[in-house]
Design a protein around this ligand. Structure first.
Ligand code: GCB
Length: 587
């Protein structure tokens, strides 16, 4: 699915703003059939949970309803009209009037409907979007719903971030001509100093295809005709970390010499490759420095926000980060587009987090039953996971910033059933995109000798909390154990090792000259301890601190208003650890 754009042949309306909002109610069975009976309004984009001062809304499990009207522009007569939802977390049902036009499961990827028959140019339509936040063993991420003694439905889940829900990204109404571009796939190669853009265009009907690659000065760098082919650019200016150089691939569909549709896609020419224990971008070794992040902020939850987007990237630049991982779900497309333009490298992750009965909310436990079994994660889960991989790759394959797919976070990769569950998913991802390396972020119990799937992947990503969840308050032991473990991995595999997570909680303002967990100094010293070890091991190609900023989790006794492993506070002020990173990464 292509990102909606305004072009010579396409128009676009962003339906953001305040929508009528109501929780699902038994006495209002078809809320989309008429005007929603509510005085509440909810902002789009935003998660709804923290917007109202209302525990029931915050904790709601099930459907909620958003509704607004929109006038279809007069000039759209004769065009096809689409309604696109960038994300409905976790399931969406879209109605125009009382007609269901689209349904989608998966909370972080877009979906759309062709509503041409219902959208009369110049007339108003009523758009109602139902959003369901339920997580079960058959969803990605998984979760469990229980009913308490008062009949309240409660959602629990194993991942360590709050289950924010609603419409956290934009909703769009857009027009396209009858015959239009429906899909566009690019990949790039480099031979000597020549960059090659391979492209593949799909259209909704018969048309001639003309493509042109234009550089940042507006000069034509290469041209071609045909639905698929290759454009060669001698002395190409490459996309590389820190240098987000983009060409624009301008695609035109023609009928009888006249342009019927035009669409432009930014393209960065670069290659990615894993060779032995090296991660190469454009043939040069690349060292990842940065963070596991979250889409998270006060009030709006996972709601997308341009100010926050630009500010987070400014802080990443300030601290010297060159990359981040979209932990633990696909982020808004605007974030990847920004990374493309600014030369920031991205590890792009699916929402498959929590496929592990030995972990709960970031804390280690003991699995009481097999994770991959008919009672837990079965072929339905696997099918949802496959769909999550398909939608991620389909949405993000054209971003030069995305250099690797991360297929899951901290799954159980030790128990025997895991290989059977994951091997087909790895195969699927390779088939869909043979050009990018694959990884998964592995948890502490999966050591070089107990993990059963690392050989299927190109890069070994390890989330490690020595000095925190183990060797707590003992950085001497942490240093020794981390080094022992990393050496065991390098003895067993000739693959790059990416440290996907390391860090410690710190409560901003708590200080100590001693090794006192939760103090800002302990977080600093723990990072320094890890860095000493990384610098002794060649195969370590990257360090992503957990986390960029403090973030909200489900409430409980082991989280103090959320996870405090941020190097920045939730409102983006630096903790002492930020200065350790800045000194290391900026030199
Ligand atoms: C992890 C998880 C991450 C948690 C983190 C923690 O391993 O991948 O989602 O937030 O640990 O802080 O416990």
């Amino acid at each position: 699915m292509l990102p909606p754009r305004s072009t010579r042949t396409r128009e676009l309306l962003r339906l953001d703003g305040l929508w009528r909002f109501a929780l699902d109610a038994a006495d209002a069975p078809r809320p989309y059939a008429s005007t929603l009976q509510t005085r509440r309004e909810a902002p789009v984009p935003a998660s709804y949970n923290d917007i109202f001062a209302d525990q029931e809304i915050h904790d709601h499990v099930g459907w909620v309803w958003y509704q607004r009207t929109v006038r279809v522009p007069r000039g759209w007569s004769g065009e096809r009209v689409f309604l696109r939802v960038d994300a409905a977390t976790h399931e969406g049902a879209v109605y125009v009037g009382d007609r269901l036009v689209a349904q989608h499961v998966g909370g972080y990827t877009p979906f759309e409907a062709d509503i041409t028959e219902l959208a009369i140019a110049g007339e108003e339509i009523r758009v109602t979007i139902g959003v369901n936040n339920e997580l079960t063993n058959r969803t990605i991420p998984p979760g469990t719903i229980s009913v308490d003694e008062r009949g309240r439905r409660r959602q629990s889940y194993r991942h360590d971030f709050f289950n924010y829900a609603g419409l956290p990204r934009s909703v769009w109404l857009y027009s396209v001509p009858d015959v239009h571009v429906t899909a566009l796939r690019t990949r790039t190669t480099i031979t000597g100093t020549t960059g090659v853009v391979h492209y593949d265009v799909e259209a909704s009907g018969e048309a001639e295809v003309r493509v042109r690659l234009v550089d940042e000065d507006g000069e034509t760098a290469a041209e071609a005709g045909g639905a698929s082919g290759a454009l060669s650019v001698p002395d190409a200016e490459l996309w590389r970390p820190g240098h987000g150089y983009l060409y624009e691939l301008q695609v035109e569909l023609l009928a009888d010499e006249a342009v019927v549709d035009a669409y432009g896609l930014p393209v960065g020419i670069r290659t990615v490759e894993v060779r032995g224990a090296r991660f190469l971008i454009n043939g040069e070794p690349f060292a990842f420095r940065g963070f596991g992040k979250h889409e998270d902020s006060a009030i709006r939850g996972k709601g997308r926000d341009d100010a926050l987007l630009v500010h987070d990237f400014a802080l990443m630049e300030w601290v010297g980060a060159n990359s981040f991982r979209t932990a633990h779900y696909p982020y808004a497309e605007e974030t990847l587009e920004y990374a493309d333009r600014h030369g920031i490298v991205v590890i792009d992750e699916t929402a498959a987090v929590g496929l592990n009965l030995g972990l709960g909310g970031g804390v280690h436990g003991v699995a009481e039953q097999a994770a991959f079994s008919p009672e837990m994660f079965d072929e339905h889960t696997q099918r949802a996971h496959a769909q999550a991989i398909r939608e991620l790759i389909d949405r993000d394959r054209n971003h030069p910033s995305v250099v690797m797919w991360c297929l899951m976070n901290e799954p159980d990769s030790v128990e025997p059933g895991s290989r059977e569950y994951f091997a087909p998913l790895v195969e699927l991802a390779r088939e869909l995109d043979p050009t990018r390396p694959l990884t998964f972020a592995g948890e502490y119990r999966a050591h070089a000798d107990t993990d059963s799937i690392a050989d299927l992947f190109d890069v070994i990503t390890l989330n490690r909390y020595y000095g925190w969840y183990s060797d707590s308050a003992d950085l001497v032991a942490a240093e020794r154990h981390l080094e022992q473990e990393l050496r065991a991995w390098t003895d067993a595999y000739d693959k790059p090792i990416m440290i996907g997570e390391y860090g410690a909680d710190s409560y901003a303002g708590l200080h100590s000259v001693l090794d006192q967990p939760w103090s800002e100094e302990y977080q600093q010293r723990l990072l320094e301890t890890f860095h000493r070890v990384f610098d002794r091991i060649d195969a370590v190609v990257g360090e992503h601190v957990w986390n960029f900023a403090d973030f909200q989790t489900s409430p409980g006794f082991f989280r103090v208003d959320g996870n405090k492993k941020g190097v920045f506070t939730r409102d983006r002020q630096p903790k002492a650890a930020a200065h350790v990173l800045r000194a290391r990464w900026r030199g």
